[in-house]
Design a binder for this molecule. Structure first.
Ligand SMILES: [Zn+2]
Length: 638
C-alpha cells in the first residue's frame, strides 16, 4: 500500500472516530489540495453546523463533504427543495447537477443570498436536498470568456477530477529528503521589465512562479531551458503559481503544457479567466503579424483545465513541504501576492508580483501583513530614485483638462490602455467626471478586449474595492453600465465612422502600442493635430509607446497590405498617476509598514537603474539585506 493510501486510511479512521455514530463515512479522497469526504448522511452532516470546521482545524486540511452517489436525491426533486430554500431575490439563473460527485453548481445574480450569513443558506441546501452546493455569479455584463471557461470546465469534468486526484496524491506524497534548504533561481525580469519567472525550490519540491513574455521583444523569453527550470523535464516541476494575468507574467504558461508539464496551476479565479482571454489574444496577434505562435490554443485550454483557483487568504498545501497563500496585490483584477510557507516553520518567502500599495478607484491597496516573511521578492517598476508619480487626484484633473481642451477644439482623445486594469480605472474616472459635469458627456468607445475585460471585472466584484463592489451589486448604480460606453464590435467600418464623427474618447489596446486596434486608430486619427494621444500606463523600452513618448513622430503601418509610414501630428501627453504599480514612495511605504519586516529583499521587475536604486534605498533606510539580481542567479536562504 502506498504512503498516500495509508495516510487516507488513517484519516478515515480519525474522522470516523470524531463523528457521531449515526453519520457514516464511505470514502476519503484527495482532490487537489482538498480532502473530500463522502458520506451516506450528508443531511445530518450539514445539520451539525460546526462539524466540518472542527474537523478541518483538527486535521489542518481543507475539507469538502459530498454525498455518496448512492444516496443522492434525484435532481428534479432536489431542484424543487433547493429553490424553496434560496430566496427569490437571489436571482438564480442556472442549476447544474453533477451526479458523479453529488455537487450542484448554482449560478445566481446575487451569490451572497445563496450563501447566507456564515454559509447558513448553503448548509440549509444540503440539509434539505442532500447535495453539495457550489455558487458562482451570473455575470452582470455578458462575458463570452466567463461562459466559455465555465462550459469548458463542465465538459471536461471527468478529466479534471482525474487531474485533481493525481495532484492530490502528489501534494500529500511522502517526503523523501531529510535535507533542508530553500533556493530561488531568477529566470527573467531581473534588471528588466518583462518575462517574469522564478523557480522556488527545496530538496522536495520545485515551484515555477510566473512565466511571462517581454513586450516589444518576442525573442527574449524566460530561461526555461536551464536545469533548475524545465531542463530536467517539465514534469520535474511540482506546481506553477501565477501572480496575475498580464502577459509579461502569464504568456508562456500554456507553453509549459506543450513541453509536457501536466501539473497544477494555482491562481485566483479571475486571473484564470483573464489569462484565457489574454493568451488567446496573444496567439491571435502573433498570427496577424505573421509570426509563428509559440503554442496553439489547445494549450490554453490545457492550462485552464489544470488551474486550481484559490481565494485570497486560503492557506493551501501545494506540496508536502509548501503551503501557499494569496493576498490582494491591488494591481489588477485577481492579482495576488504569493506567500510560501516552507517546511514546518522553516522559512517564508513572499513574491509581490506587481503591486499597488495605495487604494485606487478599482482596488483596495496591497496587503502587507503576513504571519512571517524572511524574504520578499519585490517588483521595482517604479523603484528609481526619481520615480514619483503624480497624486491620483492631480492626474485625474490633468486628464480632464486635456479632454476638455481637445473637445473645445473639436478633436478626439485616443488613450492606449491595457485591456485589464488601467482601462477600467479610466472608465471609472470618466464616468464620474461626466456624471458630475466636470467634462461634457460624450461617447467613450472601447476597442480591443476592453469591453470583455470589463465584463470579467463585474463577474468578480468581491475582488474590487469595497465601495465599487457595493455599486456593482446594485444594478442601477453599476458605473460600467453607463450609457456613454460603446463597445466597438463593428471592426474597421465602425472605426472609420467614429474617426470622421464628433468629439469623443477612444480607449484601445494595446497599452504600449505594440499591435492591436490602436494601430488602426493611429492611422485614422493620428494625422490630425486637433486630436490628442494620452499615455496613462507604463511604456516599456523598445515599444512604440516609449518611442512616441521620446518624440518619435513616424510610425510604420500597414495600409491595405502595403508597408507605409504614418506621420503623427496629434498632441502627445503622458498622465502618469494611473499606473497599476506602486511608485517609489509606494514601494518604500509597502516595506516600511510591512508586518513583519523581511530580512532580505530581492528587487526585480524593473530596469537596471530602478532595481539598483530601490535595493540601495531599502538597505540604507531599513538596514536589511537587499539585492538587485541578474537573470539566472540562484539564492540560497536556509
Ligand atoms: Zn502586471
Amino acid at each position: 500500500m502506498s504512503k498516500v493510501d495509508q495516510q487516507l486510511e488513517e484519516l478515515q479512521a480519525t474522522i470516523t472516530s470524531e463523528l457521531p455514530p449515526d453519520i457514516s463515512l464511505t470514502a476519503v479522497r484527495y482532490e487537489g489540495p482538498e480532502l473530500v469526504v463522502y458520506t451516506r448522511d450528508p443531511k445530518k452532516f450539514a445539520q451539525n453546523g460546526d462539524l466540518i470546521r472542527k474537523l478541518a482545524s483538527k486535521l489542518r486540511k481543507r475539507i469538502t463533504v459530498r454525498p455518496d452517489p448512492e444516496v443522492l436525491t434525484p435532481p428534479a426533486q432536489a431542484r424543487e427543495r433547493i429553490m424553496e430554500v434560496i430566496p427569490d431575490d437571489a436571482g438564480v439563473t442556472d442549476l447544474d447537477f453533477h451526479e458523479d460527485t453529488g455537487e450542484v453548481v448554482i449560478e445566481a445574480q446575487k451569490p451572497g443570498m445563496v450563501i447566507g450569513r456564515h454559509g447558513s443558506t448553503l448548509r440549509k441546501i444540503t440539509q434539505e436536498a442532500g447535495w453539495t452546493p457550489e455558487v458562482v455569479r451570473t455575470p452582470p455584463i455578458e462575458s463570452s470568456t466567463v461562459s466559455n471557461v465555465r462550459n469548458f470546465l463542465k465538459q471536461e469534468r471527468e478529466d479534471r477530477r482525474d487531474i485533481l486526484q493525481k495532484v492530490g496524491r502528489q501534494i500529500h506524497r511522502e517526503q523523501l529528503s531529510k535535507d533542508q534548504w530553500v533556493r530561488i533561481t531568477t529566470l527573467g525580469c531581473c534588471r528588466e521589465v518583462g518575462r517574469a519567472s522564478f523557480i522556488l525550490s527545496t530538496p522536495e519540491t520545485r515551484i515555477l512562479v510566473d512565466c511571462g513574455d517581454k513586450p516589444g521583444s518576442e525573442d527574449e523569453v524566460p530561461y526555461l531551458q536551464v536545469n533548475e527550470a524545465l531542463g530536467a523535464g517539465a514534469n520535474t516541476i511540482d506546481a506553477v503559481v501565477l501572480t496575475h494575468a498580464h502577459l509579461d507574467h502569464s504568456a508562456f504558461i500554456p507553453l509549459l503544457f506543450k513541453y509536457g508539464y501536466d501539473g497544477p496551476i494555482y491562481t485566483t479565479a479571475p486571473t484564470r479567466d483573464l489569462m484565457g482571454l489574454l493568451t488567446l489574444d496573444y496567439l491571435d496577434v502573433a498570427a496577424k503579424e505573421g509570426r509563428t505562435p509559440p503554442y496553439e490554443s489547445e494549450m490554453v485550454r490545457e492550462a485552464i483545465k489544470h488551474t486550481i483557483p484559490l481565494e485570497y487568504g486560503d492557506v493551501t498545501d501545494i506540496a508536502p513541504d509548501v503551503k501557499l497563500t494569496f493576498h490582494n496585490a491591488g494591481h489588477i483584477l485577481g492579482s495576488a501576492i504569493s506567500h510560501f510557507h516552507i517546511g514546518d516553520g522553516l522559512y517564508n518567502v513572499a513574491f509581490s508580483g506587481d503591486i499597488h500599495y495605495k487604494d485606487t478607484r478599482l482596488f483596495n491597496g496591497a496587503v502587507n501583513d503576513f504571519p512571517r516573511v524572511e524574504t520578499l521578492v519585490l517588483e521595482s517598476t517604479y523603484g528609481g530614485r526619481n520615480d514619483y508619480q503624480t497624486d491620483q487626484e492631480d492626474s485625474e484633473r490633468n486628464l480632464k483638462e486635456i479632454i476638455q481642451e481637445t473637445y473645445d477644439r473639436g478633436g478626439k482623445v485616443l488613450i492606449p490602455a491595457f485591456a485589464v486594469g488601467r482601462s477600467q480605472e479610466i472608465m471609472l474616472v470618466l464616468e464620474e467626471a461626466m456624471r458630475s459635469g466636470d467634462i461634457p458627456t460624450m461617447p467613450i468607445h472601447l476597442d480591443g478586449m476592453i469591453w470583455e475585460a470589463t465584463a470579467i471585472h463585474t463577474t468578480y466584484p468581491e475582488y474590487l474595492r469595497d465601495d465599487l463592489r457595493d455599486r456593482i451589486f446594485h444594478e442601477d448604480a453599476n458605473p460600467f453600465l453607463a450609457e456613454q460606453f460603446n463597445h466597438i464590435d463593428g471592426g474597421e467600418d465602425e472605426r472609420e465612422e467614429v474617426a470622421s464623427g464628433d468629439p469623443c474618447i477612444i480607449l484601445s489596446t494595446s497599452g504600449m502600442i505594440t499591435g492591436g486596434p490602436i494601430m488602426s486608430w493611429l492611422r485614422h486619427v493620428g494625422g490630425d493635430p486637433e486630436n490628442s494621444l494620452v499615455f496613462v500606463g507604463y511604456q516599456a523600452q523598445g515599444t512604440f509607446g516609449r518611442r512616441i513618448q521620446n518624440g518619435w513622430d513616424e510610425i510604420p503601418v500597414r495600409d491595405q497590405g502595403r508597408n507605409d509610414t504614418l506621420k503623427l501630428s496629434m498632441d502627445i501627453h503622458t498622465v502618469d498617476g494611473f499606473s497599476g504599480h506602486a511608485d517609489r514612495q509606494g514601494l518604500m511605504d509597502f516595506v516600511r509598514t510591512m508586518n513583519p519586516r523581511p530580512e532580505k529583499v530581492l528587487c526585480v521587475h524593473g530596469d537596471e537603474r530602478s532595481t539598483q536604486d530601490l535595493s540601495s534605498a531599502l538597505y540604507h533606510e531599513f538596514n536589511m539585506r537587499t539585492f538587485s539580481p541578474k537573470n539566472l542567479e540562484t539564492f540560497r536562504f536556509v
